[in-house]
Design a protein around this ligand. Structure first.
Ligand code: BTN
Length: 254
């Protein structure tokens, strides 16, 4: 993988041919005291991870990257950063797409083309009182030239969706980190309001009936809003509202 990638000031690129997981490499750097802004990218991963410890298929040709941040705000803001990152990735992907391409977002951190997932984000955090400086790793996997067939949701890749030519992983990473830097600066300066608006504008599911699989139950209702912290606001059949901070969302009859 050639390191032809110009990142904004404050970001440092680490390029690997093959790692188990770029998130694990980033965590190692974080625990060793590395500064915010380390960007790790690998041509392939041998133990790529998705949310809830699921495997993330990671053959060559797609993007596998992790960004190390040292958030100054409490880790409770992680949900907001996850939406910031999704937004940045949606905008980066759109830059390489056909003129009419519209990238949408599925809460909490899936990036979709049409109904199918083309990218996912995995945020992991650590440190804090007695455990060193807090860190947050924002991992992203983008299906550029291939996607897994054996997943329980519709999946796709940029090449299949008419991205011709499909972007080299490092070009997509460069675009993403610039958008991430821009959105993070806006979020730090102005708070969550703009991010929330921009995120909702990319949600085809707002107002729709959804099914949510939580840690120990399944709930149904209507996705009515994002709260001020980035949680999903669910309106249940009885009219009551419930704030959901983690879970898998299913739409329509899926
Ligand atoms: C998901 O949708 O479940 C999240 C997928 C995140 C995958 C990326 S690939 C780069 C980074 N390293 C990992 O092991 N996982 C994330």
């Amino acid at each position: 993988m050639s390191a032809d990638c110009r990142l904004p000031d404050g970001f440092v690129l680490h390029v690997f041919d093959r790692v188990e997981s770029t998130n694990d490499e980033a965590k190692r750097l974080a625990e060793g005291g590395a500064a915010s802004g380390q960007v790790l990218v690998a041509a392939e991963q041998t133990r790529g991870r998705g949310r809830y410890g699921r495997a993330w298929s990671s053959p060559p040709g797609n993007l596998y990257a992790s960004v190390l941040l040292r958030p100054r705000r409490p880790v409770a803001h992680t949900a907001q950063i996850s939406l910031v990152a999704g937004l940045a990735m949606a905008e980066a992907i759109e830059r390489f797409g056909p003129a009419d391409c519209r990238v949408t977002l599925k809460w909490p951190n899936d990036v979709l083309l049409g109904p199918a997932k083309t990218a996912g984000l995995l945020l992991e955090s650590g440190g804090g009182p007695g455990r060193g400086r807090p860190w947050l790793v924002v991992g992203s996997g983008v299906n550029i030239v291939s996607f897994p067939e054996d997943v329980p949701y519709p999946a796709t890749c940029l090449q299949r969706e008419g991205f011709a030519p499909s972007p080299p992983p490092l070009a997509l990473l460069e675009a993403y980190v610039w958008r991430l830097d821009d959105w993070l600066a806006r979020w730090r300066r102005l708070g969550f309001g703009d991010v929330r608006q921009a995120w909702l504008a990319r949600s085809p599911h707002l107002g729709q009936a959804i099914r949510l699989r939580l840690a120990d139950e399944e709930v149904r209702g209507r996705f009515v809003d994002l709260t001020g912290t980035g949680a999903l606001l669910l309106e249940e059949a009885g009219g009551g509202q419930r704030e959901i901070t983690a879970g898998d969302v299913f739409y329509g009859s899926s």
